[in-house]
Design a protein around this ligand. Structure first.
Ligand code: IVH
Length: 701
């Protein structure tokens, strides 16, 4: 905040003007953070604004504004839209960067489907639009609802806003549309429209948008529909879900149907048959990129045949049948001002480059990760150097290399935690290799770790409590009323017990927001299995792994029973095999769970937390399938489909796919050449089926 007058030196008139400026700046920052998911200030800058505002109000109480930021917490801004649950999750895409990644994608598909070499696999290829995705529900041809992506499961209902877009038909044209269908696509702003909008905004003395994507997001998510209407938003339709009837056999046919029904589809979409053609297309689009009238950040390839898409299915949050081939990251050169240390929730110390702010691909970057001390040594980077940085999509910016060395001294990684002062060490594995990361050994006593764990616990992918964001976690932590996850549910009591005034009297909270926060917390006393497990922040047990455990165990009790049993019996036990036998679960995750359970503090925390919340059972992926909840092992050669496809299909039907046979196995599907697993199954008297019998059993013979 250099160049800003000290608060004490302000005249009354200056103070009033300053308060007005700050109210606007903070409201804008809140909007960027909460509504556009695009923070424009660092936390320190934001806190600086709020502190200055507070200091001026303290000195000039009579000047405090009606709309003072002190009386508002930012989260309120996101409360305006109703929640909308998607009938099928809105997925993301896996990324490919190099040509080989694209070749691998094609190979994986062939392998999964078990296709012979001569079989042609056709793809659609189309630009990847840099906007925000939107799902449109049509019933009997009429637009019923429009919802943003949100977390993929639940978005925001923006129907009224979406109706203002000329590219979104209120009624479908033509015929042949299913009685019910969700059309999905991208809302975006054309480059020229964006430039004109920014010119208007700046002429009117308002803040401009950083890039067309932010402008599109900010314009669609307006509580005042008139504002959305005045903004030049467009829409490309490229996907669908939940169609009540089939309406095409191919991806390309489906998109053609969208065009017939009155949607705008991307004219550059093509259907191609070889990886070479795919790569040629990529290079053509890359060359055309600057001249397109909308921003793109890559191209998307999708398997054209829908029966194959169906068989390929999904891995966690992305389809196996599509990939985004991204353009190379944008780069810039700037000065490294210093290196800060961030302490993560598992205690890892990450060196972060503090940079002279620089614009990279339309976004101002002032921090970049340096990963770890080996990376710093490899780069030979020190404060004062000119460095090249890059930023790719949503990925954290990185320092690539030193362009010009400065006069700074060699930087050394601290060997103690900058927050709690505990020793920070590099763990050495069984093979004697030192971990690249240095970790704080303070564990539960380290406030930084505790705060990060709490932030993770309430984050969008875990408990997702409205109004309890990072800022509030830090505040409650500092006041001593939130130290462990269970405290969230005891917040009111903890505040009383600490002799603090009730929350509605705290700076930054009003009666409204305190009430909203408490009810948002109460709403999470019932929490889905996968969110709860992910929230615990156990190493190697992130969102995907948590989801896999939830799908396979269904109930928290039976899952944690298995963790306890594995912890008690060790890595040679059936219980351990039950954890690691699940498709996609590695030993690291199983061991981390056991280590978590072995630690008395964790057991106490979990017990206390479970007194406050009820972990809901996972709803099986396919209720009523004959294999829902059953544990299945595939062994021997399969002839009708590949092993991967068989496993994926079984999981999709709600079965637990295990890698080894135990007394807990329900069905063993044995093909020719089955060996010891079949013998064990027979010894245990388990149900054994041939592949044909299995297919008949699941109704796919
Ligand atoms: S297909 C199941 N096609 O990219 C596949 N997505 O990184 C659904 N996107 O959330 C997506 N252009 O918002 C698809 N031509 C395109 C796209 C596209 C942009 C966005 C979309 C998605 C994100 C995934």
């Amino acid at each position: 905040m250099s160049g800003v007058k000290p608060v004490e030196a302000l005249s009354e008139a200056e103070a009033a003007a300053e308060l007005e400026r700050l109210a606007r700046a903070i409201a804008d920052a809140d909007a960027a953070y909460y509504q556009n998911d695009a923070p424009e200030l660092t936390d320190a800058e934001y806190d600086g604004l709020r502190q200055r505002n507070l200091a001026i109000e303290a000195l000039f109480p009579s000047l405090k504004r009606e709309d003072s930021p002190t009386d508002r917490v930012g989260a309120e801004a996101s409360d305006g839209f109703a929640k909308a649950r998607h009938s099928a999750p809105m997925l993301s895409l896996d990324n490919a960067f190099a040509d080989e990644d694209v070749a691998d994608f094609a190979t994986r598909i062939r392998r999964f489907l078990g296709l012979p070499a001569e079989e042609v696999v056709a793809f659609t290829a189309e630009p990847k639009i840099d906007g925000l995705s939107l799902s449109l529900t049509y019933e009997n041809g009429k637009l019923l609802r429009a919802a943003t992506r949100g977390d993929g499961q639940v978005g925001e209902d923006v129907t009224a806003n979406a109706r203002t877009l000329a590219d979104i038909p209120a009624k479908l044209k033509g015929k042949g549309w299913p009685a019910r269908i969700e059309i999905r696509g991208e809302v975006y702003m054309a480059k020229q429209d964006f430039a004109a909008l920014n010119e208007r905004e700046s002429a009117a003395g308002r803040k401009t948008f950083a890039n067309p994507r932010n402008a599109a997001a900010g314009s669609l998510r307006q509580l005042d529909v008139e504002i959305t209407k005045s903004r030049p938003l467009r829409f490309f339709a490229y996907a669908w879900a939940a169609a009540s009837e089939p309406f095409s056999e191919t991806q390309s046919g489906a998109v053609q149907a969208f065009a017939d029904w009155g949607f705008v589809t991307n004219s550059r979409m093509v259907r191609i048959e070889t990886v070479e053609e795919v790569l040629d297309y990529y290079r053509d689009i890359e060359a055309a990129r600057a001249g397109l009238d909308y921003d793109i950040d890559g191209v998307v390839y999708k398997v054209d045949r829908l029966d194959w898409q169906q068989r390929l299915g999904f891995v966690s949050r992305a389809p196996r049948w599509a990939v985004a081939h991204k353009f190379p990251a944008e780069k810039a050169v700037t000065t490294l001002l210093g290196i800060d240390i961030q302490v993560g929730r598992t205690g890892s110390l990450t060196p972060v480059a503090r940079l002279e702010p620089v614009t990279v691909g339309g976004v101002v970057v002032s921090n970049a990760t340096l990963h770890n001390e080996d990376e710093i040594a490899r780069l030979g980077v020190k404060p004062g150097d000119r460095v090249e940085i890059q930023r790719a999509g949503d990925v954290i910016p990185q320092v690539l290399r030193v362009v010009e060395a400065g006069q700074g001294a060699v930087w050394e990684m601290p060997h103690t935690c900058p927050v709690c002062g505990s020793a920070a060490v590099r763990e050495v594995d069984d093979a004697g290799r030192a971990d690249v990361r240095r970790r704080c050994t303070g564990g539960l006593i380290c406030p930084a770790q505790a705060v990060e764990r709490l932030k993770h616990f309430v984050s969008r992918k875990a408990l997702d409590i409205d109004g309890l964001g990072e800022k509030q976690v830090v505040l409650f932590f500092e006041k001593g009323v939130l130290r462990a996850p269970q405290d969230i549910f005891r917040l009111k009591n903890n505040i009383d017990a600490a002799g603090l005034p009730p929350l509605e009297e705290w700076e930054g909270f009003g009666a409204q927001s305190a009430k909203k926060l408490y009810s948002a917390i109460d709403a999470r006393r019932k929490v889905p299995f996968a969110r709860f497990l992910n929230g615990l922040g156990i190493r190697y047990v992130g969102q995907t792994t948590s989801q896999q455990f939830a799908r396979s165990f269904l109930s928290w009790q039976s899952f944690w029973q298995a963790v306890k049993a594995a912890e008690a019996a060790g890595v040679d036990s059936d219980a351990y095999n039950e954890l690691t036998g699940i498709d996609g679960i590695g030993q690291a995750a199983a061991r981390a769970l056991m280590a978590f359970e072995a630690e008395p503090h964790n057991r106490d925390m979990l017990a206390a937390l479970l007194e406050e919340v009820e972990v809901q059972d996972e709803v099986p992926a396919a209720i009523g399938s004959p294999v829902t909840g059953k544990t299945v092992v595939f062994t021997g050669t399969l002839e009708r489909m590949t092993r991967d496809e068989a496993k994926a299909r079984a999981s999709a039907l709600g079965a637990k796919v295990a890698g080894s046979v135990s007394a807990k196995t329900d069905i063993v599907v044995a093909g020719p050449g089955a060996g010891s697993k079949l013998v064990k199954a027979e010894q245990l008297g388990l149900q054994v089926m041939t592949e044909e019998e299995w297919l008949a059993f699941i109704g796919e013979a």
